[in-house]
Design a protein around this ligand. Structure first.
Ligand SMILES: *Cc1c(COP(=O)(O)O)cnc(C)c1O
Length: 215
C-alpha cells in the first residue's frame, strides 16, 4: 500500500521499486520451479506479460535466426486471446491448433503445424476458459526435439497450482522444472491477490530476456 501510487517505470529514479520488483520475480520463480538463472519482469497484467514474451521470441529470431522472414507461433485455440492481440501488433502469424478432447493441446497436431518460420510454441497451465492444463511435458519434449522455445502461460495458474500441489492434489509438471519450458507468465493480480495491474513474465536465462528490452 505504501508504494501503490509510485511510478515503477524508471528503475534509476526508483531504485527501491526496482529492488522490490526483483524480489517479487525471484519469489515467483521460486514458486514455479525456477533456479538462480531464471530472470523476469513485473508487468501491468497478463496481457503485457504475453506481449513481452512474443516480442522476446520475435526479436531473438531477428538476431539468431535471420532465415525467419514471416514469423509464426504455434498455439492451441484454447490459449488466451492476448497472445493473438500481441501477434497482431508484433507482426507474428498465429498458427492455431484445435485441441483434443477435452480442451487439451493436441501435441501431435502442433508438431505438424511447425514450419521453418516457427518462433516458439505455447501451452497453458491452465487455459482460462476451461481450466484444463495442457500436456506441458509432451510440449517440452516437442520443443526440445525441434530446437524451439516454449512459453507456458500460467497467468491464472501460476499462483494456484503450486498451492494445489502443496495441498496434496496431483498436479502434472507445468513449470520451469520441465526442461523445455523457456518462459512463463503468472498474474499477481489473480491468485497472487495483488491489486491490479500486476503480473510477471519470467525467462530461463538472462540471455533470452535481453531480447525483451527496447532502448
Ligand atoms: C487472465 C489471463 C491472461 C490475461 O491477463 P490480464 O491480466 O487479464 O491481462 C492471459 N492468460 C491467461 C491464462 C489468463 O488467465
Amino acid at each position: 500500500s505504501l508504494f501503490l501510487a509510485q511510478i515503477a517505470l524508471n528503475p534509476l529514479a526508483s531504485p527501491h521499486l526496482r529492488k522490490m520488483k526483483t524480489d517479487v520475480v525471484s519469489m515467483c520463480s521460486g514458486l514455479l520451479g525456477g533456479d538462480k538463472q531464471v530472470v523476469g519482469s513485473m508487468t501491468s497484467g497478463g496481457t503485457e506479460s504475453l506481449f513481452l514474451a512474443v516480442k522476446t521470441y520475435r526479436d531473438q529470431a531477428r538476431k539468431e535466426r535471420p532465415q525467419i522472414t514471416a514469423p509464426e507461433m504455434v498455439l492451441p485455440t484454447t490459449a488466451h486471446p492476448a497472445l493473438l492481440k500481441s501477434a497482431h501488433y508484433l507482426g507474428v502469424k498465429p498458427v492455431l491448433v484445435p485441441p483434443v478432447p477435452v480442451f487439451r493441446a493436441d501435441v501431435a497436431a502442433m508438431a505438424q503445424a511447425i514450419t521453418p518460420q516457427t518462433l516458439f510454441l505455447v501451452g497453458s497451465a491452465p487455459a482460462y476458459p476451461h481450466g484444463v492444463i495442457d500436456p506441458i511435458e509432451a510440449l517440452s519434449d516437442l520443443a526440445l526435439s525441434r530446437g524451439l522455445p516454449l512459453h507456458v502461460d500460467a497467468c491464472v495458474g501460476g499462483f494456484l497450482l503450486p498451492f494445489v500441489r502443496k495441498l496434496g492434489f496431483a498436479v502434472p509438471p507445468f513449470d520451469f522444472a520441465v526442461p523445455g519450458v523457456t518462459s512463463m507468465s503468472a498474474d499477481l493480480h489473480k491468485y497472487g491477490f495483488a491489486a491490479k495491474g500486476a503480473s510477471t513474465v519470467m525467462y530461463r536465462t538472462s540471455e533470452l530476456r535481453r531480447h525483451q528490452f527496447y532502448v
